[in-house]
Write a protein that binds this ligand. Sequence first.
Ligand SMILES: Cc1cc2nc3c(=O)[nH]c(=O)nc-3n(C[C@H](O)[C@H](O)[C@H](O)COP(=O)(O)OP(=O)(O)OC[C@H]3O[C@@H](n4cnc5c(N)ncnc54)[C@H](O)[C@@H]3O)c2cc1C
Length: 140
Amino acid sequence: MFALKLNPNDKLDVAPVLIVGAGPTGLAAAMSLARAHIPVRLVDRAREPSPYSRAIGIQARTLELFEQHRIVKPFLELGHRARVANLYSNGQRLARLDFDPLQTRYPYLLFLGNLCTTRFQSADVLRFASYRSRRWPAGD
Ligand SMILES: Cc1cc2nc3c(=O)[nH]c(=O)nc-3n(C[C@H](O)[C@H](O)[C@H](O)COP(=O)(O)OP(=O)(O)OC[C@H]3O[C@@H](n4cnc5c(N)ncnc54)[C@H](O)[C@@H]3O)c2cc1C
């Protein structure tokens, strides 16, 4: 199990919010709390972040949220923009997804593995918080 204990503001006398799971969801919660100077303790049962990606594409709404957190730039620099996606099976096109009509600054699916996503999210959390990092024994 790995854990980050974040104390963004030593003068803030509130118990840290415990976030269980350091995947994209837990990290998104930590990003928002750390930015609000609310102490966060982020724990995960895995000893290390997974080396395997579990996602290849980032949706427009996620990019909008990353824009609000001012971290969208590295995603846009690294990712590949797909404005249209065609889904095939046995040589036959099953569906066509056209992202152009989306009312957003990001009318596309941004191809980028989620190892990059969680790395950028982690960096953002740590940017807003001094922290201690330690491994927690299983069951702690
Ligand atoms: C094959 C595949 C392809 C996908 N492709 C895409 C895609 O292209 N685009 C997209 O947006 N999404 C995609 N997804 C979905 C995306 O991976 C998930 O939506 C995303 O990972 C969910 O994030 P999460 O933080 O909620 O959960 P997870 O990524 O599962 O993270 C949960 C974390 O919590 C930890 N944890 C779980 N239980 C405990 C516990 N009891 N105690 C402590 N820690 C715990 C785990 O170790 C893990 O690190 C895909 C999923 C799969 C399986």
